[in-house]
Design a protein around this ligand. Structure first.
Ligand SMILES: *Cc1c(COP(=O)(O)O)cnc(C)c1O
Length: 426
């Protein structure tokens, strides 16, 4: 039986048997017991599925990963220790030294650094393209050694909305998967697989947890990418893995299982970026109310954006739910129920005014975090980006007066009143 997304948020992934715990159990165990060495040997050969060591896999994590996979409409999923680990694993599972990635330039700073600096040190090259590029510009970025295309549904912090179909089409016409970070909308507001994405990643630290308690990440495979049809590009999936007695993932686990099995068996084994079962349990509590929380984040984001848009001390507002926003049409297409609760705006008066404004806020806390129940604000110029001059900030598209506001689950009138009094004071 197939359920709607609200039901999946509450119940998917874990179905207890007779007399078993109603809530997802926390399997707080590093190891698992077997009667014979032969039994355990089958696991090491990937001949049987089961658990032997929590550095690779743990049942609690797998229940929660299965829920996220169902929410995204994928065939398999896994949890990672962080969103950073999820994006690294998703890319590195199809890339190796000498590979090339095409990525949207409008992505989370940590991911930009991961790809442009750290993966470059591994010999993996990248070409960044504007999310707003034409199809011709996008196609021109591909090389013979391109192995993946990457982007974010709604970029953090720029709030650009990606044309998912455009990026998926370009990736597929070059025989490579399109990997998309769907952290901000969550599958409640957008399911990129329905628009052609092959692999979906998450920083579950944000809305999925939603309460600011546990850092985590997730990867979901759509099961739609035909690795064997492009076997020469993906030897890791399409030729025998000698570290597992010569099995070929794409043959043994098929299109729906190869990507996540390889990612677990090789990358999780070797890097060990596993989420703790305790954190997976917290994440599941967040997921149980995700469908209830997201509409409220959107309602608050929309109300705040509309208030700011008409305020004389606000130069401009970025929120794809505003009719005159550059991304309104794309957001309507991909996220008709709204995107997320994060709004950014530039206040008149630059750095000094921004500093003053931040001091006057009473309800909204100053935090680098986004996407949890409590509203928070950040002025990059005086915090995360304080080493940059006003000119450098302007060039990077982060003017000194820019404020990023993550609207929580409070009453929207209280949020607006807080903004109004802080703006009045400057
Ligand atoms: C926060 C974030 C990440 C990184 O996730 P962590 O859980 O902090 O490692 C990646 N992508 C996006 C869009 C994010 O907002």
């Amino acid at each position: 039986m197939s359920y709607n997304i609200d039901t999946k948020c509450v119940q998917a992934g874990y179905t207890p048997g007779n007399g078993e715990p109603r809530q997802v159990p926390i399997i707080q165990s590093t190891t698992f017991k077997y009667a014979t060495s032969e039994d355990m040997g089958k696991l090491f050969d990937l001949e049987a599925s089961g658990y032997f060591y929590t550095r690779l896999q743990n049942p609690t994590n797998d229940y929660v990963a299965a829920k996220i996979a169902e929410l995204e409409g994928g065939t398999a999923g896994m949890l990672t220790s962080s969103g950073q680990a999820a994006n690294f694993f998703a890319l590195f599972n199809v890339c190796e030294c000498g590979s090339h990635i095409v990525s949207s330039s409008s992505i989370y700073g940590g991911t930009f650094n991961l790809i442009a600096v750290t993966m470059a040190k591994m010999g993996i090259d990248v070409t960044f393209v504007s999310p707003d590029c034409t199809e011709e510009e996008l196609n021109a970025a591909f090389k013979d050694n391109t192995r993946a295309v990457f982007g974010e549904t709604i970029a953090n912090p720029a709030l650009t909305v990606l044309d998912i179909e455009k990026f998926a089409k370009a990736a597929h016409s070059h025989g490579v998967p399109f990997i998309i970070d769907n952290t901000f909308p969550t599958p409640v507001n957008c399911r990129p697989i329905e628009w052609g994405a092959d692999i979906v990643t998450h920083s579950t630290t944000k809305y999925m947890d939603g309460h600011g308690v546990a850092v985590g990440g997730a990867i979901v495979d759509s099961g739609r990418f035909d690795w064997m049809a492009h076997a020469e590009k993906f030897p890791g999936l399409c030729t025998p893995d000698e570290s597992y007695h010569g099995i070929t993932y794409a043959e043994k686990f098929g299109q729906g299982g190869a990507f996540i099995t390889k990612c677990t068996a090789q990358l999780m084994r070797d890097f060990g970026c596993i989420q703790s079962p305790q954190n997976a349990f917290y994440l599941n509590l967040g997921l149980e109310s995700l469908h209830v929380r997201m509409p409220k984040h959107v309602e608050n984001g929309q109300a705040v954006a509309e208030f700011l848009k008409d305020h004389p001390k606000v130069a401009n507002v970025n929120y794809s739910g505003l009719k005159d926003d550059k991304y309104y049409e794309l957001a309507q297409k991909y996220m008709p129920n709204g995107g997320c609760g994060v709004v950014s705006f530039e206040i008149e008066g630059g750095r000094d005014a921004a500093l003053r404004f931040m001091k006057e806020l009473k309800l909204a806390a100053i935090e680098t975090h986004v996407a949890d129940a409590r509203t928070c604000c950040l002025n990059p110029a005086t915090s995360t980006h304080r080493q940059m001059s006003d000119e450098q900030l302007e060039a990077a598209g982060i003017p000194a007066g820019l404020i990023r506001m993550s609207c929580g689950l409070e009453d929207k009138e209280d949020l607006i009143a807080d903004l109004a009094q802080a703006l009045d004071a400057i």
